[in-house]
Design a protein around this ligand. Structure first.
Ligand code: ZN
Length: 67
């Protein structure tokens, strides 16, 4: 599998609010979701789905993903 790596200097990392992994905001594997005016990025589709079900739960730290 080819992983594109564009070192344009615009690559930034964000923290997946569900599993706390760092995600490349330029190419988020799980996509992005906007909540309360803030954009969140996800390491995988599963994290995005979980977050969209209960964004407040993950943002408050009450919930975390069960591995
Ligand atoms: Zn994740």
């Amino acid at each position: 599998m080819k992983i594109p790596f564009l070192n344009s200097g615009k690559s930034e990392q964000a923290i997946d609010p569900v599993c706390r992994m760092s995600v490349d905001t330029g190419n988020p594997v799980g996509g992005a979701s906007t909540h309360a005016g803030q954009v969140y990025y996800f390491c995988g589709p599963g994290c995005r789905v979980a977050f969209e079900k209960d964004p407040e739960g993950y943002l408050s730290g009450e919930k975390s993903i069960e591995m």
